[in-house]
Design a protein around this ligand. Sequence first.
Ligand SMILES: [Zn+2]
Length: 451
Amino acid sequence: VEPPPSPLLLLEPHDFPPWAYGPREFFKFEVLHQSHKPGSKARVGRIHTPHGVVDTPGFVAVATNAALKGVDWRDAHRANQQLVFCNTYHLMIHPGADLIEEAGGLHKFTRHAGPIITDSGGFQVFSLAHGSVHEDLTSQGGGGSNAAAENGGGGGGELKQRRQRRRKARNGDTSSAPTTSNSNNNSSGSTKMVKVTEDGVWFRSYRDGSQFLLTPESTVLAQKQLGADIIIPLDELPGYYTTRTKLQESLHRTHRWEGRSLQTHLQQVKNQAMYCVIHGGIDRQLRTESVDYLTSLPFDGHAIGGSLGNGRHELKELLEFLLPQLDSTADRRSKPRHLLGIADEESILNAVPFGIDTLDSCYPTRVARHGTILTRTGSIKIGSGKYGRQYGIPLDDQCQCSTCQHYDRSYLWHLFKAKEPLAITLATIHNLHYMNDLMKSLRDKIWNDEI
Ligand SMILES: [Zn+2]
């Protein structure tokens, strides 16, 4: 039974308590250096959270089920991984936000001491319904080089997606439940996956088909139970191919939802910071409207979400347009900026000069599980026969990670060929370390005004 629709209520800055606009004692972002390179907006900073610092620009690893697949948290720490991203959608369905709260929250439950960010769950609900943004694009002939969403610039085509989905289904990976790919029609009931109302979004559990209603309030309460350092309000993820009218409707609904989420959050802050999610697709007028509205509310940081364009070029153009707006006042400049779901190397190099502070992607850890090793001289497929006799040669001879310090290419080749689980552990530790080294080198370059 559906509840009656709520009135269309867009919260205004004065609807929030004055103290919410002041500094937080548990969360602080400091800009340590602003690049002097002409035209550059790059900056080096540090986010202080109750569970440690995040050096920025920083890579955020994805730990969907409160685990970096195959990697001990202590090894992730040794690979210099600071902030990690856990997915509320998955954790709500299993083991449940109640259980994690009972265990003392995510940090105690996982014994992971570092900073954690959780999303609202909305992204998963919508991307399961749409297919991913990537499939939405490829299924309509949009090309396979999209940098958006969870694919992190992995590229490929529909065939690869289908193969990945099959593989994931075999491995019991829950992020690939059977989906429809209807992106523009999600409130018509033609897909049983989601139904959007003013209250929130209805979806079915991939585990037992039971119905859930995710609302701006319920996601915040669940994220309070999980206890991450940074939380995200509920937003709607429209498909890339949608009409402007629908995109505008969706944006306004997202703004109402984010306002309600923030209000719920501020009733019980619990030492958590909340970032807004700026939407509007690649429509510049709507993006500007989103920046203007969301930066007027007392959020602790600014995340950039929604469709970020078809391919890395459109992403770059969008950031070139959007980031100066987040830099236009001292108040806007003082907030950390997070790019949601994109952190392949090329996109990182494109985004950092515009002043992006953190980026998350499952790309480096996902490709590690399939034997793709990121190195300073390009990525290698370690399962290839040519590595079988590379005795004594580390994956990357400049890498200080525990894998490269102790093992060689030959052994890693063998582990992948023999499908030993240790292969995934060792490769993922290396890729995490590699990404964090990459970010460190970018920070050094910004300090030297080279970026
Ligand atoms: Zn290494």
